[in-house]
Design a protein around this ligand. Structure first.
Ligand code: HEM
Length: 364
């Protein structure tokens, strides 16, 4: 690599003049300086810088998956980058505590000056949601209007471009769909797994029926609850039923991607499946941490403004609580644990399949 022409100076290299001169207190400009406004501005700027880093990592992961051939090395690198995103997310959650050193009364000193600005208009946050794969149709919209009607046309255009591009969810789904190790000439994993599940479910049922500590009424309650688990397995074994769930928006991940992800989860101990397993786990971790941030932010908001409406005009806490509950992207992968069975009951993969598994992540 070429060396720079002149020696670097710390302050200039980091462009600190720009960054450190970017905190303009509106309260001061208007003649009544509110001490806490400095913290308020700096913390939002720090968030936006971390969002930038997260988007930078996410773009490289999307790029690695946006191709027909996802190499083993891409999976490893993407997992490490997801690890980094996850560590940043932990900081994002922790730093809410710093903001909470500002009391609600302190906030009231300048809150009204901000109207109608709000984190609700954070473009980078919306890009993040969209790049991950949060769909417009699954969003909770207050007053029925999209978040896009609260941002400038220029920002709206930027977001709409990202909406059109494949999201990480879609790319991971396609990658899973391409893994063709569910059926081989002489071994049908799905058939073997179904037999193992049926043995497990029958045995669980028997345990409930034979449990002397339960009354007849209690047994019926347990058995009814158990039927729900069984019906979930039914939908897993019946493609039409599963597709009905997708049509009703109860599931999102396609049938074949679900089967492939489940196989990865079940045989995660196999060296060749370990990296794909780690990747799927990190996606779930990232999704959960975003939800944790949403809840944590919502709690901080109730503490700060009670049940008042937000500066952006939403219902405040109740809006944020809805988004925390609904805005999940990789939830289907998290829920696959429903279908795990004990290692001892797992169908044994024939040797030739184990030997060949390494090739299946390469292009067919
Ligand atoms: C005193 C501190 C804060 C208060 C009282 C507050 C309040 C709110 C409220 C009420 C909303 C809902 C929209 C609205 O009506 O405005 C919101 C949304 C949001 N805020 Fe904050 N916020 C605070 C700090 C932060 C910080 C530090 C960030 C970091 C970037 C942030 C990011 C967001 C984001 C991304 C949304 C959109 C969430 C969504 O639509 O799911 N907020 N905030």
């Amino acid at each position: 690599m070429k060396k720079p022409d002149s020696p670097q100076y710390y302050h200039d290299y980091l462009q600190l003049d720009k960054i450190l001169n970017s905190q303009k207190l509106l309260s001061k400009e208007l003649g009544e300086s509110a001490h806490e406004e400095m913290l308020f501005i700096i913390i939002h700027q720090i968030y936006e810088l971390w969002f930038k880093q997260i988007l930078y990592e996410l773009d490289s992961i999307i790029d690695a998956f946006d191709r027909k051939k996802v190499r083993e090395s891409h999976i490893g690198i993407s997992t490490s980058r997801l690890d980094r995103i996850i560590e940043i997310q932990k900081i994002l959650i922790d730093q809410i505590q710093v903001l909470e050193t500002m009391t609600p009364m302190d906030f009231l000193d300048f809150r009204d000056l901000l109207i109608p600005a709000s984190g609700f208009q954070s473009v980078q946050f919306r890009l993040l949601e969209n790049k991950l794969g949060l769909e417009e149709s699954s969003r909770y919209a207050y007053e029925g209007s999209s978040y896009k009607s609260y941002i400038t046309d220029e920002h709206k255009k930027l977001i709409e471009e990202v909406e059109k591009a494949p999201s990480l969810f879609e790319l991971v789904e396609k990658w899973l769909e391409r893994t063709p190790f569910l059926e081989f000439k002489d071994f049908n994993f799905w058939k073997q797994y179904r037999i193992a599940v049926s043995i497990m479910l029958n045995s669980d049922r028997k345990h409930i029926k034979e449990n002397d500590r339960l009354s007849k009424k209690e047994k019926n309650v347990h058995l009814q609850a158990y039927e729900k688990t069984e019906s979930m397995f039914d939908a897993l074994f019946d493609e039409d039923k599963y597709k009905e769930l997708v049509d009703n928006k109860e599931r999102r991940l396609s049938y074949s991607a679900t089967k492939a992800a489940l196989l990865i989860l079940l045989y995660r101990d196999r060296p060749i499946l370990h990296n794909p397993y780690k990747l799927l786990s990190r996606l779930v971790d990232m999704d959960e941490l975003l939800t944790t941030w949403r809840y944590r932010h919502a709690l901080m908001v109730t503490r700060m403004i009670g049940r008042k409406i937000g500066t952006g005009g939403s219902t405040g806490f109740s809006y944020l609580k809805e988004t925390a509950e609904r805005h999940r992207v990789f939830e289907d992968i998290a829920h696959l644990t429903t279908f795990l069975i004990p290692r001892s009951a797992l169908p044994q993969l024939p040797d030739n399949i184990l030997r060949n598994l390494g090739f299946y992540y390469n292009e067919r």
